[in-house]
Structure formats: structure tokens, C-alpha cells
Design a protein around this ligand. Structure first.
Ligand code: F6R
Length: 614
């Protein structure tokens, strides 16, 4: 949520900043801005995307010279997306500038006090208040910018990753973080700050992940100092990333989302690499192995996540209960954090997050840890906050997910959860050896099965063209496919703006059936498994009300293919593994519908990839 990047070195900062902002645009894209420090601070900002800012700067032939600069791509929280609310924001004397990701919660109180001291504000943002506060503190106590930032931040309540520059210190960049990510990149005679490593990796793979309440001061000569708000020096290890720049490109696909859907045979395989061997009959995860005594004695599993990751967790509930026979609860992290949850010593808490930075999930983990829980992270982004604060965990190794709508992270999360359930079920003696072996073998061939489904893309595109004008859509599934129905509906609404609901198929008659008429597409995940007959009845009920049935069926299905208006075949697989296959056509269906409706598939309106605010 909001992307920030800053540069200090020997090269011209502007092109590097613009390039970095393009990599960060998935985090927010309603307005963009850049500040360059040379003689003074020049700020350029515009409503819209990075390209809009570039066009503005080019047509107005603005002078962007300078070797120190910073840029911001915004996802609005305070104040509508427009030029004046875009970052960077400057102090009253124009000598300081700031970019910020997060929310200053006590900004109204601070703003009131600053107005009484004579400050006036040009924007509606909390961020402008912060730079005025820094200015006030600096002038009042005659402080160097680093000290002024620290002192001002002591008065701040909220989340922030900030970069501050000061005209009076043209060789220094200050960064600070609390609950929003900030990465320091150490290149050859050049230094970077970024919300994540994506704008940095092209220049250096040496990074330091800052922690909460860290303040970094980076000098052009390479000296840097990291300390906390109380001025105590903090030491950090430099990490070497193995992220490749190609992973951040579209690779010949029209959109990141399509690339990421098509990557799934590889990403699912990657997530299971070294963790599963069907011929030798084992599934193991390093992060669990170290703690297996504690984990296998758990009396309850609590899974916490948001959005698509929450849907993966819901698949986890079915998997853990069926395979490992451990009662499992799935919590919205945002709800968990604001009630008084009961956590017991023998609970096993699992937090899922693609980005590893979701504010609600981070806060829920902190609460669970305070209550003494052992928290396991299932995370994609290496080095992210959730990966670092959890007691143990497994990376899903799906590679950077740039399309705002999550696709490959979902299937990789489920692959990991399946391995966890199998490992745990086997350790606890809750699964027969033959069922265990069978599931391992079927899991190993999931990537091949996904490849088969991807070959149906043209047919799915045709179905998309038939239903693209719908105003609403209903997604139905039972058992393992209920979370997939939720996920299918989420994919459709977030990228095509069609209102969609996911329901357990049997719940339809308790309300949603009232919505069904000849204009309502009803996407039914109707694979040939335990509740097959029940699903057949549900489809009859939809047909009786003239709904348009799009059924996801198995290749050997004979009944539903005759009843449905459209069907998409997927290979048969053991029931617990179905979500890994049944979600693929739903991802493609949403992608094509959104595209046909002229929507921006990779950057849907109002959304951002990494939700680092509440
Ligand atoms: C939907 C989507 C979001 C995220 C949610 C959690 O396509 O991407 O619903 O799943 O914001 O994000 P992470 O997994 O990064 O915690």
C-alpha cells in the first residue's frame, strides 16, 4: 500500500526513481510524485500513474537534475487522489520533503496544535502534518534532520515508512519505519530505500530490512547509521537476495495476472520442491520439523489471514481436520485482533500472507504471540515482516506476485498447507499409509494437471464472452470447493467490478436463490466427488429459475454436462486436492471477463497489492 523509493549516489536520481516507481506501482497507483534535491528541493506530482507523471514532466520540460531523490506511488487513505494530496509533501519553509506509506492516526490532534503554532496546510493528508511536525521540532530545537525526525516520531501514533530529505543536508537521506516495510539497499557508491526490494534489485542484491522504530541516516559517502527513536544504535545484518530482475517483468504475457496464472504449474512444483517425495513416501517441511513435537500435540489450529489468503486458510480447515484430525478455526485477522481471542498453550497458530506485510495479519500475529501462542508463517515475500516475526514458517516460493489479484500465491499456499496436513496427519497416525501415499502421489502430479487445464483457455475465453455483460454472478461449491467459490467470486469482483457472491451450494436456497433469473450466471464447482448428487440438485434448482449455469466438472462427468449451459472440464483428482485445480478456470474466467469489459486487470481500481494499513 503506497510504494516508496529513494536514491542517493553518483547517478542522476530521476530516471532511477521513475524506474523504481514502475516496479512499485502494484502497491498503489492513484497518484505519483518525485522530489529531487539539488540546489533546492524540486517536487513534481500528479494524479494518476507513473506514466502520467512522466508525461507531465516531459511535456513541461521540467529540470530533474540531481543525484539525490525520492518517489512515491500512492494508494489514498487521507484525502482523495489528486495532485495536491500526492506525495512528496513539503514543510512550510520548503526545506524539507517527505514520502510516507502508512497512516498517522493522531494527525488531527497534531494538525490542530501545528495550526495554533502558525502552520498552514495545502493538502488533506496526514503526511503533510508529519513533515510540518518535523519542521517545527527542527526549528524549535535547532536540530539536525536525523534528530528532528526521531524527536518528531516520538509524538506520532500510527504506521509509517517514511523518507525525509532536507535542503540543508544535501548528502543525507533519512528513512524510518513502524509497521510499514522499508528496505535499505547497499550498492556500489549508491544507496536506496524502498518499500520492498523490487526497485532495488536491479542495482544491488545487498539489503537490510529495517525493523519497527528504526531510523536510518544514509550518507552519500556510504556511511550509514541505524538507531531507534531513543537514539540507541541498532545493528543489522546485510542480506543477499536471490531475486532475479526477470521475475519482475511480464515475460511476453499481456498482463502480470495472466503470466502468474500460467506460471502455476511451475510455482506449485517449486513450492513443493524438496518437501515431497512420493516414491519414497514422505512429505516434510523444515519449519515444522524443528518443532514437530510441539506441533503434533496441538489440540487446535487457528489460521489467520485476509482476502485470498483467508480463502487458502479455509481450504486448510478442511485439510487439517480431515487429514490430521485437529480441530481448526479460520479467523479474519482484522476481526481476531479486535476481540479478546482465547489462545491456549497447545494451540498452533498459522498466519498466511502473500506479501508478508498485511497490517491486520501482522497485528493479529502480535496478539497471538503476546498470548503465548507459537505462530507459524506461510509467506511468499522473503524477508517480509511476517516472515520475520513468526516463530517458524515456510516460504511458498511462488516468486514475485505483481498482479494485484492474487492467483499463484493461492495455489502455492494450498500446496504448502496440504503438505503440512499430510506431514502432521502422518506423524499423528491419523491417516492410513495407503491414503497418505496416494495423496502424495496425486499431489506430485498437480502441476501436470494444471497444465492440462490451462490448455482450455480458449474455451474459457468463449464462456467469458457469453457472460461478460452480467451485473451479478453467483459462485457455488461444497466442501473443499466452497472456499474456491469464495475465491472465484473475489477474483471476478475485484478485477471486473461485477458484483459476485460465493456460497456453499446448499446455502443457496436459504436466500441467494431469490436473486436467480435468466440474467444471473451461476458458476458451480461440480466435480465428481462426495456431494455430487447434492450439487446436481442445486443445479436443477438454478435451472428451474432460468439461471445460466457454468459448471466446472470432471472429464468423466456424464450428468452435469447435459444440464449446464456451459461447462469446463478439469482432470479428476483426490478430493482434498481439488481446490488446486478447480480454481484455475475461475482465475482465467475472471481475467477474460475483466479484459472484455475494458478493466485494468493488473491494477484494478481502489485496490493495492500490499495492504499495510488497517
Ligand atoms: C485478492 C487479494 C487480497 C489479498 C489480501 C491479503 O486477490 O490479493 O485479497 O489476498 O489483501 O494479502 P496478503 O496475502 O499479502 O496478506
Amino acid at each position: 500500500m503506497c510504494g516508496i523509493v529513494a536514491y542517493i549516489g553518483k547517478q542522476q536520481a530521476y530516471p532511477l526513481i521513475i524506474d523504481g516507481l514502475k516496479k512499485l506501482e502494484y502497491r498503489g497507483y492513484d497518484s505519483t510524485g518525485v522530489a529531487i534535491l539539488e540546489q533546492g528541493i524540486s517536487v513534481f506530482k500528479k494524479k494518476g500513474k507513473v506514466q502520467d507523471l512522466e508525461n507531465f514532466i516531459n511535456t513541461e520540460t521540467k529540470n530533474t537534475n540531481g543525484t539525490l531523490g525520492m518517489g512515491h506511488t500512492r494508494w489514498a487513505t487521507h484525502g482523495e487522489p489528486n495532485d495536491k494530496n500526492a506525495h512528496p509533501h513539503t514543510s512550510g519553509n520548503q526545506e524539507l520533503a517527505i514520502i510516507h506509506n502508512g497512516i498517522i492516526e493522531n494527525y488531527t490532534t497534531l494538525k490542530k496544535a501545528l495550526i495554533e503554532l502558525g502552520h498552514s496546510f495545502k493538502s488533506d493528508t496526514d503526511t503533510e502534518v508529519l513533515i510540518h511536525l518535523i519542521e517545527e521540532v527542527q526549528l524549535k530545537h535547532n536540530l539536525h534532520i536525523e534528530e528532528a525526525v526521531k524527536k518528531a516520531l516520538q509524538k506520532v501514533v500510527g504506521a509509517y515508512a517514511i523518507v525525509v530529505i532536507d535542503k540543508k543536508s544535501p548528502d543525507i537521506i533519512i528513512g524510518a519505519r513502524n509497521s510499514s516495510p522499508l528496505v535499505f539497499g547497499l550498492g556500489q557508491d549508491e544507496y536506496f530505500l524502498g518499500s520492498d526490494a523490487s526497485p532495488i534489485i536491479k542495482h544491488t542484491n545487498k539489503v537490510i530490512y529495517l525493523n519497527d522504530e528504526d531510523v536510518i541516516s544514509i550518507n552519500r559517502n556510504g556511511d550509514y547509521n541505524i538507531s531507534n527513536l531513543k537514539n540507541k544504535t541498532v545493528s543489522h545484518q546485510i542480506k543477499e537476495l536471490d531475486l532475479k530482475i526477470e521475475e519482475l517483468e511480464k515475460d511476453g504475457f499481456d498482463h502480470f495476472m495472466l503470466k502468474e496464472i500460467y506460471q502455476q504449474p511451475a510455482t506449485i512444483a517449486q513450492s513443493m520442491k524438496g518437501r515431497l517425495n512420493a516414491s519414497e513416501g514422505w512429505a516434510v517441511l523444515g519449519g515444522m520439523k524443528q518443532h514437530i513435537n510441539r506441533i503434533s500435540k496441538s489440540k487446535r489450529i487457528i489460521m489467520m489471514a485476509c482476502g485470498t489468503s483467508w480463502h487458502s486458510a479455509l481450504v486448510g480447515e478442511y485439510l487439517f481436520e480431515e487429514i490430521a484430525r485437529i480441530p481448526t478455526e479460520v479467523e479474519y485477522a482484522s476481526e481476531f485482533r479486535y476481540r479478546n481471542p482465547i489462545i491456549k498453550e497447545d494451540d498452533f497458530v498459522i498466519a498466511l500472507s502473500q506479501s508478508g506485510e498485511t497490517a491486520d495479519t501482522l497485528a493479529a500475529i502480535e496478539i497471538a504471540k503476546e498470548k503465548g501462542a507459537f505462530v507459524y508463517g506461510i509467506v511468499n515475500v522473503v524477508g517480509s515482516s511476517i516472515a520475520r516475526i513468526t516463530d517458524s514458517g515456510s516460504y511458498i516460493h511462488a516468486g514475485p506476485e505483481i498482479g494485484v489479484a492474487s492467483t499463484k500465491a493461492f495455489t502455492s499456499q494450498i500446496s504448502i498447507i496440504t503438505l503440512m496436513a499430510l506431514y502432521l496427519g502422518h506423524e499423528r497416525g491419523m491417516i492410513s499409509e495407503s491414503d497418505y501415499r496416494e495423496l502424495l502421489s496425486e499431489l506430485e502430479v498437480v502441476p501436470k494437471r494444471v497444465e492440462q487445464i490451462l490448455k482450455k483457455n480458449d474455451h474459457i475465453k468463449y464462456i467469458a464472452s457469453e457472460i461478460k455483460s452480467a451485473a451479478n454472478a453467483l459462485y457455488l461449491g461444497r466442501g473443499y470447493n466452497f472456499p474456491v467459490a469464495l475465491e472465484g467470486a473475489l477474483k471476478l469482483k475485484e478485477i471486473s467490478y461485477i458484483h459476485a457472491e460465493g456460497y456453499p451450494a446448499a446455502e443457496m436456497k436459504h436466500g441467494p436463490i431469490a436473486l436467480i433469473d435468466m440474467y444471473m450466471p451461476v458458476i458451480v464447482i461440480a466435480t465428481n466427488q462426495s456431494a455430487y448428487e447434492k450439487i446436481v440438485s442445486n443445479i436443477q434448482e438454478v435451472k428451474a429459475r432460468k439461471g445460466i449455469v457454468i459448471a466446472i466438472i470432471n472429464e468423466d462427468d456424464t450428468i452435469i454436462r447435459e444440464m449446464a449451459d456451459f461447462f469446463i472440464e478439469i482432470p479428476s483428482i483426490a478430493e482434498p486436492l481439488t481446490p488446486l485445480l478447480s480454481v484455475i478456470p475461475l482465475q482465467l474466467l475472471s481475467y477474460h471477463i475483466a479484459l472484455m469489459r475494458g478493466c485494468n486487470v493488473d491494477q484494478p481500481r481502489n485496490l493495492a497489492k500490499s495492504v499495510t494499513v488497517e
